[in-house]
Design a protein around this ligand. Structure first.
Ligand code: AMP
Ligand code: GLY
Length: 421
């Protein structure tokens, strides 16, 4: 099978790493890829947001299967254009990708499906939004409706902060994404991520994880794309996970079918758990980054069979094989991230690290320059390890981190703390 993965972060490196180990994979191409991916796959450079460009490449290179990593090509309808041309593709249609691209859409789906989630209002003008905040009080959550690269959510501690956030959004600080605003009840509890393969009809959970969004130890400082993750997330017990499937995931899928926009791909459900009850925070229509890295570490080569089955509508024929183990990934970021940071600083010590089914350094934002690996983004490396326990996986991951020679980088030292108690 000739396989093309769209994307070029740590998520796509981990997908490529797992898929490459499956004997069914003949040729593996990643676009655009990065310096780490280039060591295990071919990298190609074309516009991955353009369905026409992707289709042209696929036909030229006789690609049999396309896996779409990030949300942007999905929201742009790349999956639709490939599917219309008869190409096997993993990832939802543009219409189904609205589950991530529009928060108001997801709330309406939850209403129709009676799925537990935060109470909310949906607004297209600032005055009505402010009036709603006045009646609800604070804390309250103000969200730009559209894709805002993870930045469109403001947790307002006071009514004044909420009002300022509303003005900001309608004044265009989030561009088109803020033309509509969703205001939500502030939910308390513990967050976890649940990853479910969907083939339009059937659902197959493939793991749980917990991300660490804040930049600093002890969950302090500004929000980031994610500074580390571990899997499984013990807060998502079997009973709570089943509740999430029965009360949130299946009803969502049924509603998507009813609307004629069946969902196929990975559904990433962000859940808030309190008193044994999961509530939906948000959906993403792609794997989490860095959550994907810990899932791939645990699933390995079988992931190709699972993704193909989801794309062919055969999820009922397959079953993930779980080792009873744990994985941790620690994000190494460029100093300054999530604010301004430098690119091009040299990273040493990578060559001496173990690279096997228990220990892997996935590349997120790297490039190669004169034979050296250099930083080329904010989140740069995902140092990932497995273990029989979370503590063992964590200890292995940090042992690798400590062998990396990069004075211009930093990481959190407490990935996994919630579960380690
Ligand atoms: P989202 O982009 O919707 O995932 O929001 C980003 C983060 O904001 C989530 O991971 C939560 O930590 C937080 N958040 C979003 N909505 C709520 C809510 N209704 N109540 C509490 N926290 C929330
Ligand atoms: N790590 C959070 C995300 O991928 O959205």
């Amino acid at each position: 099978m000739n396989i093309l993965i769209l994307g070029g972060g740590g998520r796509e490196h981990s997908l490529a790493w797992a898929i490459k180990q499956n004997p069914k994979c003949d040729r593996l191409i990643v676009a655009p890829g990065n310096a780490g991916i280039a060591k295990i796959a071919e990298c190609a450079d074309f516009d991955v947001i353009s369905g026409t460009a992707v289709l042209e490449f696929v036909q030229e290179q006789a690609i049999d299967f396309v896996i779409i990593g990030p949300e942007a090509p999905l929201a742009a309808g790349v999956a639709d254009q490939l599917r219309d041309a008869g190409i096997l593709v993993f990832g939802p249609s543009k219409a189904a990708a609205e589950l991530e691209a529009s928060k108001a859409f997801t709330k309406a789906i939850c209403d129709a499906a009676s799925a537990p989630t935060a109470a909310y209002g949906h607004f297209t003008d600032a005055e009505a939004a402010k009036a709603y905040v006045q009646t609800q009080g604070a804390p309250i959550v103000v969200k730009a409706d559209g894709l805002a690269a993870g930045k469109g959510v403001i947790i307002a501690e006071t009514v004044d902060q909420a009002v300022a956030a509303i003005d900001d959004m309608f004044d265009g600080s989030f561009g088109e994404a803020g033309a509509e605003v969703v205001i939500e009840e502030f939910m308390t509890g513990e967050e976890a991520s649940y990853f479910i393969l969907c083939d339009g009809e059937n659902v197959l959970p493939i793991g749980t994880a917990q991300d660490h969004k804040r930049v600093g130890d002890g969950d302090t400082g500004p929000n980031t794309g994610g500074m580390g993750a571990y899997s499984p997330a013990p807060v998502l017990t079997d009973a709570i996970a089943q509740k999430a499937i029965d009360e949130i995931i299946r009803p969502t899928m049924a509603e998507m079918v009813r609307r004629g926009t069946a969902y196929q791909g990975i559904l990433y459900a962000g859940l808030m758990i309190e008193n044994g009850q999961p509530r939906l925070v948000e959906y993403n229509v792609r794997f989490g980054d860095p959550e994907c890295q810990v899932l791939m570490m645990r699933l390995g080569a079988q992931v190709l069979d699972l993704l193909v089955a989801a794309s062919e509508g055969r999820l009922n024929d397959v079953k993930p094989n779980w080792a009873d183990d744990h994985a941790v990934t620690v994000v190494l970021a460029a100093k300054g991230y999530p604010d301004a940071y430098e690119k091009g600083t040299v990273i040493g010590g990578l060559g001496a690290l173990q690279s096997d089914s228990m220990n892997m350094v996935f590349h997120a934002g790297t490039a190669e320059r004169d034979g050296m690996i250099v930083a080329n983004g904010g989140r740069v490396l995902n140092v990932t390890a497995r273990g029989d326990s979370l503590a063992e996986a964590q200890q292995r991951a940090y042992a690798m981190v400590d062998k990396i020679d990069w004075a211009d980088g930093f990481c959190r030292r407490d990935i996994g703390w919630r579960a380690l108690g």
